[in-house]
Ligand binder design. Structure first.
Ligand SMILES: [Zn+2]
Ligand SMILES: [Zn+2]
Length: 249
């Protein structure tokens, strides 16, 4: 039996009206994680050790700041995170950066290499994000329990089939999960059904988007919209996933 902490949200997402249940799961984890880091926990030493080390990516900093709550907390976290970054890079910068004495000594064969390594280390650190890590970790657990439930829980399999589809990113995510968690027979059974569901949903959306464009023709002005009125946002969500705004509004 899989842990309820993961099975319940997966079940709920597949019974919700979300276009892509995995986008909903990701948005829920993201919201919960942002709440956690903006709440009382940010003053706890263990949490601060972690936020000092990893920091936040641009998207998650923007979402935290955009909530307009606990800006003092954000300031405190950023202050100690930046101090740690400065300390961690003090030596690498000293080793890599040119100073007047090394310039006077003539050519240094490793100079470009050291600067490139420093650039790579800076790029890696600036991309680190404690919220992205948490989302990755939790989504991985969800993929594991989802695939388990698909084969062991008939009611869940029905709910999975009743879903119209997933966004492209999460079709890929599920395919990867299937390869990692299932044997070849189960993997081919799951992937076959997932891809045929996806093909059907994608074909329908192509037709809906086409009808949306044809409605601009005056000859179609009085014809019914059918499912096409919101075809553009639905196509956007299908192609790029549903963005969470990081708050409850
Ligand atoms: Zn999705
Ligand atoms: Zn992030």
């Amino acid at each position: 039996m899989k842990e309820k902490i993961y099975t319940i949200p997966v079940n709920d997402a597949y019974r919700s009206d979300a276009a892509c249940p995995l986008c909903k799961l990701r948005a829920d984890v993201e919201r919960g994680t942002l709440d956690f880091y903006l709440g009382a926990s940010l003053m706890e030493p263990d949490t601060r050790v972690a936020t000092n080390k990893l920091g936040f990516c641009r998207d998650h900093l923007n979402k935290m700041y955009g909530r307009e709550i606990n800006r003092l907390g954000i300031g405190l976290m950023l202050h100690t995170h930046m101090k740690q970054l400065r300390d961690d890079f003090r030596d690498p910068i000293r080793k890599a950066a040119p100073d007047k004495r090394t310039l006077l000594k003539g050519r240094d064969g490793d100079f470009g290499k050291r600067i490139s390594e420093l650039a790579s280390a800076l790029e890696k650190r600036s991309a680190d994000c404690i919220v992205c890590d948490k989302i990755r970790f939790t989504m991985e657990r969800y993929s594991d329990v989802l695939l388990w439930m698909y084969f062991e829980d008939e009611e869940f399999r029905e709910a999975f089939r009743a879903k119209k589809g997933h966004c492209v990113e999460h079709v890929a995510f599920l395919l990867r999960g299937a390869v990692n968690h299932l044997n070849q027979n189960k993997c081919s059974e799951f992937a076959g059904e997932l891809l045929s569901m996806h093909r059907e949903a994608f074909d329908k959306l192509i037709d809906d988007v086409e009808w949306f464009t044809l409605k601009f023709d005056y000859r179609n002005k009085d014809k019914p919209w059918g499912d096409s009125k919101d075809a553009i946002p639905r196509a956007m969500n299908m192609l790029t996933g549903e963005e969470s705004r990081g708050n409850d509004t």
